[in-house]
Design a protein around this ligand. Structure first.
Ligand code: NAP
Length: 291
């Protein structure tokens, strides 16, 4: 069993760190709001550290799941950052959804210190984290990945290396690009059915096994029809992710017309006060346009 640090005990990180403790690893956690780290340690029997550096000292693996590019840089760099506490040969595993640019910059800084770095963004949401069945898309050297993979198995069902540093983040962008267009299509179909006087749930029962079916259709249609938007990934986070996709698309010359459009729809939802609603709230925007 390994000595592991976990930085960031949010919706995702808290249960992920819990799986590591349950798998028998010796876990030290750090959270910016210290009370949450104390609660985690009381619940799981690990220890809580006051800074990323203190958590990382002596750890073979340091896992992070914080917010955005700046947050990740803050927990890695500086006197109190994780890199300052990590010894040569240790591996940093980043589960945050961030840009490939910050990933590659931090990978180079880590490598200069003899530290390994694996970018490993996740999909599967809060339920995936709690049930330990996340999909984890990884980038980094084969050696670093091979060492980190058994640790990630504690909360991952599908864990795969897809290329060098940044490849995990590019894969996560592809995931988010797929979701954006898909949810808008589902929202349009369900609203179309409402306006036409159809029973949407009955229609989905018939069509979900065919070519129109999707995870979003199966898992979100009922709550979308009921106007409940507290079941997953928040619109504010989605806008952060789509912003990263659009910026990267510009840099590499990949057109993302649908993604750009849906990003603007999510901006409308933020302006409606729905920044914390889940991503399926695109139907609510259509309802307000067509009430
Ligand atoms: P969250 O609940 O908001 O938690 C964020 C965590 O990061 C908290 O522990 C927060 O500390 C910490 N943090 C933020 N900024 C920090 C900083 N500057 N320094 C130190 N700690 C900082 O977010 P989440 O839902 O767990 O998501 C985490 C990451 O996973 C995001 O990149 C998100 O896009 C991605 N993700 C989320 C989901 C999902 O369904 N939620 C799914 C896939 C991927 P405090 O407790 O002090 O605020």
């Amino acid at each position: 069993m390994a000595k592991v640090a976990f930085l960031g005990l949010g919706v995702m990180g808290y249960p992920m760190a819990g799986h590591l403790a349950r798998a028998g690893h010796e876990v030290t956690v750090y959270n910016r709001t210290a009370a949450k780290a104390d609660r985690w340690a009381a619940e799981h029997g690990g220890s809580a550290a006051p800074t990323p550096r203190a958590a990382a000292e002596g750890a073979e693996f340091v896992m992070a799941c914080v917010g955005n590019d700046d947050d990740l840089a803050q927990v890695c760099r500086g006197d109190d950052g994780a890199f300052a506490g990590m010894g040569a040969g240790a591996v940093f595993v980043d589960h945050t959804t961030v840009s490939a640019a910050i990933t590659r910059a931090l990978d180079a800084e880590a490598r200069a210190q003899g530290i390994g770095f694996v970018d490993a963004p996740v999909s599967g949401g809060q339920a995936g984290a709690e049930n330990g069945v996340l999909s984890i898309m990884c980038g980094g050297t084969e050696g670093d990945y091979a060492r980190a993979e058994p640790i990630m198995q504690a909360y991952g069902r599908t864990v795969k290396r897809l290329g060098e540093s940044g490849a995990g983040q590019i894969a996560k962008m592809m995931n988010q690009i797929c979701i954006a267009g898909l949810v808008q299509g589902l929202a349009e179909a369900l609203r179309f059915g409402e306006k036409a006087g159809m029973d949407g749930k009955a229609v989905v029962e018939v069509i979900q096994g065919g070519a129109a079916g999707s995870w979003q259709m199966v898992n979100r249609h009922a709550t979308m029809l009921d106007g409940k938007f507290d079941y997953g990934f928040a619109v504010d986070w989605m806008r952060k992710d789509l912003g990263i996709c659009l910026q990267t698309g510009n840099e590499i010359g990949a057109p993302l017309p649908m993604t750009a459009l849906v990003d603007q729809f999510y901006k409308d939802i933020q302006q409606m006060g729905g920044g914390r609603w889940d991503t399926s709230s695109l139907i609510e925007r259509l309802r307000r346009l067509s009430s």
